[in-house]
Design a protein around this ligand. Structure first.
Ligand code: GLU
Length: 558
C-alpha cells in the first residue's frame, strides 16, 4: 500500500502551504443574495473577435444585473501559443465596448482585487498545493508515460468507444512509491494525473443556464492535471481558479460543454462546491438558407476591428448584440426608448441554445436608430475620432471649421422623426460631401416634372430672391411665390387635380433648387442647407446650374 503522504512529499517537496491557507486567503465573497460572480478568461493567443466580445458581454451583464462582480483572468498556461500584447489589445477592445472589469487584469496590464494573482502563470504554487493535497488523498498520481507510450495506446484503442488513459490502460496508476522514486531519481519527467473515480455505467447530470438539462457519461479518464513542467492544464486550473476566486457562474463558449463531466468531477474530488455553467453557442450566419458558424477565415465581420474600421459606434454594436442575446430586448427598447442599455434586465435563460443569428443588415438598421438619437456634437466628436484614424479626408474637412461641420451634422437632428442617413461613420463623407466645395459633385439630373427648361427658369428667378439670412417661413414663402411666375402651382393638391394646367408644383421647384445646390434629389432640410452653404456658395452653385441647363436647352450638353 503506497503511502500517499510520502508520495506527495516526494513529488512536491517545496510546497509547504496547506489548501486551508488558500481557502482562508480567499474567503467567500460578501455579496448580497443572488449576486453573481462571473469572469472573462482569455488566453493570450489571439485577437478579440465578436464571439469573445459576445460571450464576455453575457458574463458582464450577468454580473452587473445582479450587483455581482465581473473580473478578468488571464489563462496563459500554454506559453507556447502566447502572443505578446494580445491581452492588452483584447482588454482595450472590451473597454471600447463599455466592458471594464471590477477586478482582475486591467487594460494597462496591472492587477486589482483581493483574489489574485489573476494571471495563471503566477499561480503555480497554488495549483501545486491542491495537486499535492490530491496526491495525499490518493486522488492523483504521477505518470511517466512518454509521448510514444501514449501514441501506442491511441493505436491500441482505435476502435474503442472510450479512448484515453484510464482503468487497465493507465499503466502508471498503481506504481509503488519505490518505483516512482526510482523513476524520479533516474531523472524521468512526469505529469500528474487524476485518479478518476468515474464509473462508465453512470451518468453526470447538470443544468446549464443556457442549454438546459444535460446528461453525459461520467468522466473515467485519468486526465493530466499538471504537465511535465508543473503547469496545470486548463481543466485543473479552471476548477481551482473559479473556486478560489469565488466565481458563481462560469460563462464560456460551448466548445467546453463536452468537458463539463470532467470539470464537475474535479470540483467534487477537490471538495469544492461546483459552479453553475452557462455555455454560449457560437454566433451564426445565414447563407443560402443555411445557418453556419461565423468563421474567422470567411467572415471579416467576425473581427471586432471590422466595426472599428467601418466606424460602427460601440453603442450600436452593443445595442445590436443585446437584440440577439435576449429575444425580449427589442420590445423592452420600444417601451424604454431613452433608457440606459445597462438597465435592461438581461436574462441568461433567454439566450439562444443553438446560436444567435448575426446579421449585418440588422446591425445597420439598429445603428441608424442609435445614431439618429445622438446629438450633433456627439456625432461630430465620435466620427472625428474615427476619421483621424480611418478617413483623413473627412478629418481634414472637419478641421477647417469644426463648428460648421457640427452644424452640418445637426441638420434635421432632433426632429420628431429624425432622418436615418448614417449607420456608421464611414457613411458621413458621402452624406455631407455637397456641403464642401472640395467634395461637391455637380449632378444636374432632375426628377418629377422638373425639366431643364423649367430648371433654368426657376433658377434665374431664384438667384435674385434667395437670401440666406431669411427665416424658414420667409424662405419658403418666396419659393411659393415664385411658382406661378414659372407656370407652376404652390399647391400640390391643385396640381394633382389639374395636372395639364401647370408645368409642375412647388415640389418640383424645390427639386430644381435642391439639385442645383447639392447635386442630389434627396437631402435633409433644404432651408438649413441653404443657410449653411452661405450666400457666395449658393450664388455660385445656382449660376453654374443655370449655365448647365441653358446649354442643355440649346442642345449642346449631349
Ligand atoms: N481560456 C479559455 C479560452 O480561452 C477560457 C474558457 C473559460 O472561460 O473557462 O477558451
Amino acid at each position: 500500500m503506497t503511502d500517499y503522504k510520502e508520495l506527495a512529499q516526494l513529488l512536491f517537496p517545496d510546497i509547504d502551504k496547506s489548501t486551508d491557507y488558500y481557502e482562508n486567503l480567499y474567503p467567500t465573497r460578501n455579496l448580497k443574495e443572488g449576486a453573481r460572480v462571473t469572469r472573462f478568461a482569455p488566453s493570450p493567443t489571439g485577437f478579440l473577435h465578436l464571439g469573445n466580445l459576445f460571450a464576455c458581454s453575457v458574463a458582464y451583464k450577468t454580473a452587473k444585473t445582479t450587483d455581482g462582480v465581473f473580473y478578468v483572468r488571464v489563462e496563459d498556461t500554454d506559453q507556447k501559443r502566447k502572443v505578446e500584447g494580445a491581452v492588452e489589445v483584447m482588454l482595450q477592445g472590451l473597454k471600447t465596448y463599455g466592458i471594464t472589469a471590477d477586478e482582475g487584469v486591467m487594460p494597462d496590464g496591472s492587477q486589482k482585487g483581493d483574489y489574485g494573482p489573476y494571471i495563471q502563470s503566477q499561480r503555480k504554487e497554488i495549483y501545486q498545493t491542491y495537486a499535492k493535497w490530491l496526491v495525499k488523498q490518493g486522488l492523483a498520481y504521477p505518470c511517466f508515460c512518454s509521448a510514444d507510450d501514449l501514441e501506442a495506446l491511441r493505436q491500441q484503442q482505435e476502435n474503442d468507444d472510450i479512448k484515453g488513459y484510464y482503468g487497465k490502460y493507465a499503466k502508471c496508476r498503481d506504481l509503488s512509491y519505490e518505483q516512482v522514486k526510482a523513476n524520479i531519481d533516474a531523472g524521468m519527467s512526469w505529469t500528474l494525473r487524476l485518479r478518476s473515480p468515474g464509473d462508465v455505467s453512470k451518468k453526470c447530470y447538470f443544468d446549464d443556464m443556457i442549454k438546459g438539462k444535460i446528461e453525459m457519461p461520467e468522466n473515467v479518464i485519468d486526465v493530466v492535471l499538471l504537465k511535465t513542467d508543473g503547469i496545470p492544464t486548463y481543466h485543473f486550473a479552471h476548477v481551482i481558479d473559479d473556486h478560489l476566486m469565488r466565481t458563481t457562474h462560469v460563462i464560456r463558449g460551448d466548445e467546453w460543454i463536452a468537458s463539463v463531466a470532467l470539470h464537475i468531477q474535479l470540483f467534487k474530488v477537490l471538495g469544492f462546491k461546483p459552479v453553475k455553467y452557462a455555455h454560449v453557442a457560437p454566433l451564426m450566419k445565414e447563407e443560402n438558407g443555411n445557418k453556419r458558424k461565423l468563421s474567422k477565415r470567411k467572415d471579416p465581420e467576425l473581427a471586432v476591428t471590422y466595426y472599428e474600421q467601418e466606424g460602427f459606434p460601440a453603442e450600436s454594436v452593443n445595442e445590436y448584440m443585446l437584440t440577439i442575446m435576449n429575444s425580449n430586448f427589442e420590445d423592452w427598447r420600444r417601451t424604454n426608448k431613452d433608457a440606459d442599455i445597462n438597465s435592461f434586465p438581461f436574462n441568461l435563460k433567454k439566450m439562444s441554445v443553438s446560436g444567435a443569428l448575426f446579421d449585418l443588415v440588422k446591425l445597420t438598421d439598429v445603428s441608424k436608430n442609435v445614431i439618429c438619437t445622438m446629438t450633433a456634437q456627439e456625432v461630430f466628436d465620435k466620427s472625428y475620432e474615427w476619421a483621424k484614424e480611418y478617413n483623413k479626408q473627412l478629418a481634414a474637412l472637419y478641421e477647417k471649421d469644426k463648428a460648421y461641420a457640427t452644424s452640418v451634422l445637426n441638420i434635421d437632428r432632433g426632429n420628431k422623426k429624425p432622418r436615418k442617413d448614417i449607420a456608421k461613420w464611414s457613411d458621413i463623407m458621402d452624406y455631407i460631401s455637397y456641403m464642401y466645395d472640395e467634395t461637391f459633385e455637380k449632378n444636374y439630373e432632375l426628377t418629377g416634372n422638373a425639366t431643364p427648361q423649367l430648371a433654368a427658369d426657376v433658377l434665374e428667378l431664384y438667384k435674385d430672391i434667395v437670401d440666406v439670412n431669411d427665416d424658414k417661413d420667409t424662405w419658403f414663402a418666396k419659393i411659393k411665390e415664385l411658382c406661378p411666375q414659372v407656370g407652376c402651382t404652390p399647391n400640390v393638391k391643385e396640381y394633382k387635380q389639374n395636372p395639364d394646367a401647370y408645368r409642375g408644383h412647388v415640389g418640383d421647384v424645390s427639386t430644381v433648387i435642391r439639385v442645383a445646390l447639392t447635386g442630389r434629389t434627396n437631402t435633409p432640410d433644404l432651408f438649413a442647407i441653404t443657410a449653411l452653404l452661405g450666400a457666395d456658395r449658393v450664388r455660385e452653385r445656382i449660376e453654374n446650374a443655370i449655365a448647365y441647363y441653358k446649354e442643355e436647352n440649346n442642345g449642346s450638353n449631349q
